[in-house]
Design a protein around this ligand. Sequence first.
Ligand code: GRF
Length: 197
Amino acid sequence: MARSIAVLASGSGSNFQAIAEAFLDPGRNPGGHRVALLVCDKPGAGCLDQAARLGIPSALVPYAKGGSAEVRQAAERAMTDALVAAGADLVVLAGFMRILTPSFVRRWTGRLVNIHPALLPRHPGAHGIADSFASGDAELGVTVHWVDEGVDTGAVIAQRSFLRPPGLTLAEAETRIHTVEHELYPSTVLHLLEALS
Ligand code: GRF
């Protein structure tokens, strides 16, 4: 049965774009699963332009930075209402830069996935690429994982790594890690939906 996902993003939306394009390709998405909604917390973010270009509905949810608990809870209630209205079977975080509250995570537990630009459990947090680059790790890579109440602590669903070539620069590492993300995330999400069907 065809399923729907919603993507939550805050930034340029390159992972959102990779996912949306994979879903539009019948060769990669023979089940006809849909990207039903983009939720973005940041006015003017590139992901909103991507959604408009791809014809995917989007919702801008006010999620004031440093806001009170009440503001965060109101924003998350608005997100849950939008996700339910969109019929989201899976909620896909793609560079969503807010830490979700335990109550939101519990509401979507088992249906909430994230991508992290490092090989968890190494280098969690907001600087996964810089931290893994600065480490002596021989392998770099990305992780798709379930979201739990911690920061990048949920069970790993899929990882892909590459050996650090001699002389790799930070800019080259970023490019390579994003390329790996754009391959791994869409295929992993589609596999998860096939397992639900
Ligand atoms: C990606 O590197 C992802 O791993 C991290 O945030 C970044 C989002 O980039 N969680 P984009 O907005 O998808 O281009």
